[in-house]
Structure formats: structure tokens, C-alpha cells
Design a protein around this ligand. Structure first.
Ligand code: GAP
Length: 436
């Protein structure tokens, strides 16, 4: 059977140091993943691009980094203790457990048995204890969404940054869910990172704000280079809405396992602030002095997954081309997403070539994320870089010692241009800008 795209990506990710199964030497732990050297750079680029778009390039969104562990009452107020559940069913024959929505034709997806138990509600929050003695300690939860850290800091951020409504608070951080059926590599895991923004607005301006943000968020994925025909919106039906949402629209990607959610845009109304006001007893209303009125802000939320975005970028960038040695695998990342921007390759291991290549690599390190490779044939080294998505290679050859010039090779066109070492930095920047 031909290898599926998700299997190819999973094996490339492990082999090249993007993503490893967690605790692998102990046989692994289900649905947890470790990011290796290239994966840290890839996901770091995703998060940096998100923060830049959501805060640096705007004048109405502030960043925040709240603690993962929060007061347990937060999760009562947010409704997660009561409502953050998935209906779970057991197959009485093969003993597998599933989310109820995974059952088709009343049959077990694993063994096709119809001997399936009643659905039971299963809360997805991980619990732990705060304090040294378990029996006396308070139960705390690992946060299942980062959003609540934003709501409880709404007043702190508003006052300290002297913000007026409308404004937003953006946060990137870990979230944890005891998923019943994790899977599809990093698509659904139990520990993952979210990139969430809560935009606080005047009640009644929610529809326009929702429309504005859903298009902004779609544009972000397009700007990262994701193919337009692989992205779409899907609105949630009334029976699908989360307990906090008045309206929800997913940005979906056409994954190898079907169209699935990449990000959710939610109209949360005043659900969160009103509940925190009620549970904490603190006044969270806002006084609009221009209109001389006081109100509890409503919220439009954009909620993306950093891991899901990284998976999408890996899948979307993957390409294969036949070449004389078999297949050339290429990750066609945009310049901002590529983990390594420029690789320096001496044509041979002769000392005078390696010395020059290393010197150039060191000189350009402050300006680009670089790599250096002197092992194997030059063709093989180009292919290694193509497979991890490096847009540019700089080759130092014997002529370089005479003409003070090197060759820049572009990943996508495979075109080569000879440039003087004196203007190498500008030439690399121009070439990266051309790739986009
Ligand atoms: N605060 C709203 C919220 O958390 P969500 O639709 O449950 O909404 C938002 O999650 C995003 O978080 C998803 O679109 C997805 O990208 C990511 N996400 C959710 N659960 C995940 C999981 N188990 N593994 C990886 N990413 C997940």
C-alpha cells in the first residue's frame, strides 16, 4: 500500500528532527509529542508570525502570558467543570473507547460490533493537586484553553495599558485536554499550544467585529503561503456550539483525513465576563466616557492551535519531484516559516574551502538562521536542505578562492546565481524576498 501523506510527514518529522514521540525510550506516551531542533524553529516561526500580526502590526491588541494553573473557581465560572465534556461510548466487545460522534451506523469503528454501551459524559480537563499533601491539597486544573487567563486579567491589562474599548488581548500558551480519541499525529494531542485573542467590544457591535476577524484570520493563513483551495470557512450548527458560544465559525483545512478545524472564531457574547463578575464578585463593567454609558463588554475570540498550524504548514508545503536519483522531497515553506533560511556548503572538504564557508556562515549568522554541512556529495546535501525546506544554499567552490564569489542556489527554481562575497548578505535577502 502506498505510504499516506500523514505517514510520510510523521516519518520525515522524526528522521529530520522536527517532532518526536514523547518519552520514546519508554515506549512513548499516547498523544504527547516533543519538538526537536527543526520543530522548535518551525513552531517558533508560527508563533512569532502570529504575535507579529496580532500585536506588533496593530495598535489595538496587547500581549499577555498568564499562568497555566489558575484558581479552581475560574473553571467553575467559565462553565468548564460542568460543560467541558465529550460524550464517550465503550465497545463491549473490543473494549475500545470512542467519542460518541465517531460511531457510524451504530457500529464500533474498531471491530464493527454493534454491542456498544450507553454514552457517558467525560470531562476533558486534567486535574492535579496544589500543595504537598494530596489529601489536604486543593484540586487545580491544567487549563484546557488559554482564554480564561485573558478574561481574569481583562481589568489589569485595560488599566495598565490605558486601553479603551474596542481592544484585544493576545496570548500564546500550553493547553491540556484529556482527549478521548487523540490522533492524526499532532492534529489532536493531549498537550498542545494555543494562540488565542479575545477582542473586547461594545454589545451590539459583535456581528461586524466577527466578520472582520474571520477574514483577518483567513488572510493570515494565506499570507503564510497555505494554498487557498485547501482552506474554507464552516459555520457551527446550533447543536455544535460550545457552551460559551453564540456563534462559531471554523477555518478548516483539507487534511489528508478530511476537512477539519484549524482555528475557531467565536462570538462569546458576555458569557465569560459576566460569569467571572458573578463568581469573583468583582465589577468588570466598562465606562465609556464618550457615550457616558457603562456596559459589560462582549467578546469576539480567535482561537488557533500552534501545533495544528505547524502540521498544516508541513502538509501543505510537502512536494515530491522525480529526479535522477529517485525522488526529490521538498518542503516549500515561505521564507518566514522555513526553520533554516540559508545553508553554507563547501564543494569539498578541502581545508581552504571549509574555512571560507565557515567564515561566511559565522559572519551571516546574526542576519539569517543558518546551517553548515560539509558531508556527502553536493547533490545529496542540496536534497537534505530541500527536504527540510531551506530556501537558499550558498556553495563555496575552488573558484571562490580566486574570484571572491560564491553560488546561491534557490530551492524552488533550483536556479544558481554567482554573487560577489562583498554583497552576499544583500543578495541573500533579495533572494529570500523573491521567494516570499
Ligand atoms: N478558547 C476556545 C477554544 O479553545 P477550540 O475550538 O476548542 O476553542 C481552538 O480550540 C483551537 O485549538 C483549535 O482550532 C485547534 O487548532 C486547537 N486545538 C484544540 N484542541 C486541540 C488538541 N487536542 N490538539 C491540538 N490542537 C488543539
Amino acid at each position: 500500500m502506498p505510504e499516506s501523506l500523514i505517514d510520510k510527514i510523521t516519518s520525515l518529522a522524526k528522521r529530520r528532527g522536527f517532532i518526536f514521540p514523547s518519552s520514546e525510550i519508554y515506549g512513548g506516551i499516547n498523544a504527547c509529542w516533543d519538538y526537536g531542533p527543526l520543530g522548535v524553529r518551525l513552531k517558533g516561526n508560527v508563533k512569532a508570525a502570529w504575535m507579529r500580526t496580532m500585536t506588533q502590526l496593530r495598535d489595538d491588541v496587547e500581549p499577555l502570558d498568564a499562568a497555566i494553573l489558575m484558581h479552581p473557581r475560574v473553571w467553575e465560572a467559565s462553565g468548564h467543570v460542568e460543560n467541558f465534556t465529550d460524550p464517550m461510548v465503550d465497545c463491549r466487545d473490543c473494549r475500545h473507547r470512542f467519542r460518541a460522534d465517531e460511531i457510524r451506523d451504530a457500529r464500533c469503528p474498531n471491530c464493527r460490533s454493534t454491542n456498544i454501551g450507553e454514552a457517558r459524559q467525560f470531562n476533558l480537563m486534567f486535574k492535579t493537586f496544589m500543595g504537598p499533601v494530596e489529601e489536604d491539597a486543593a484540586v487545580v486544573y491544567l487549563r484546557p484553553e488559554t482564554a480564561q487567563g485573558i478574561y481574569v486579567n481583562f481589568e489589569n491589562v485595560r488599566q495598565s495599558s490605558r486601553r479603551r474599548i474596542p481592544f484585544g488581548i493576545a496570548q500564546i500558551g500550553k493547553a491540556f485536554r484529556n482527549e478521548i480519541s487523540p490522533g492524526n499525529f499532532i492534529f489532536r494531542s493531549r498537550e498542545f499550544e494555543q494562540m488565542e485573542m479575545q477582542y473586547f467590544i461594545k454589545p451590539g457591535t459583535d456581528e461586524d467585529t466577527f466578520e472582520y476577524w474571520r477574514h483577518q484570520r483567513m488572510q493570515w493563513y494565506l499570507d503564510l503561503g497555505i494554498k487557498k483551495d485547501k482552506l474554507r470557512f464552516r459555520e457551527h450548527g446550533p447543536d455544535e456550539l460550545a457552551h460559551y458560544a453564540r456563534k462559531a465559525m471554523d477555518i478548516e483545512y483539507d487534511f489528508p483525513f478530511g476537512w477539519k478545524e484549524l482555528e475557531g472564531i467565536h462570538n462569546r457574547g458576555d458569557w465569560d465576563l459576566s460569569r467571572h463578575q458573578q463568581f469573583s464578585g468583582k465589577d468588570l463593567t466598562y465606562f465609556d466616557d464618550a457615550a457616558n454609558e457603562r456596559f459589560l463588554p462582549w467578546v469576539i475570540e480567535t482561537s488557533a492551535g500552534a501545533d495544528r498550524a505547524a502540521l498544516t504548514l508541513l502538509l501543505d508545503a510537502y512536494d515530491e519531484e522525480p529526479d535522477k536519483d529517485g525522488v526529490r522531497v521538498i518542503l516549500r515553506f515561505s521564507k518566514d516559516i522555513a526553520p533554516i533560511k540559508v545553508a553554507f556548503l563547501p564543494l569539498s572538504k578541502k581545508e581552504n574551502l571549509t574555512e571560507l564557508a565557515l567564515r561566511l556562515e559565522h559572519e551571516l549568522r546574526p542576519h539569517f538562521v543558518t546551517d553548515y554541512d560539509e558531508t556527502a556529495s553536493i547533490g545529496k546535501r542540496y536534497r537534505r536542505q530541500d527536504e527540510i525546506g531551506t530556501p537558499l544554499c550558498v556553495t563555496v567552490d575552488f573558484q571562490s578562492l580566486e574570484d571572491n564569489a560564491v553560488t546561491i542556489r534557490e530551492r524552488d527554481s533550483m536556479e544558481q546565481q554567482r554573487v560577489s562575497i562583498d554583497r552576499l548578505r544583500e543578495a541573500l535577502q533579495d533572494a529570500l524576498d523573491r521567494i516570499g
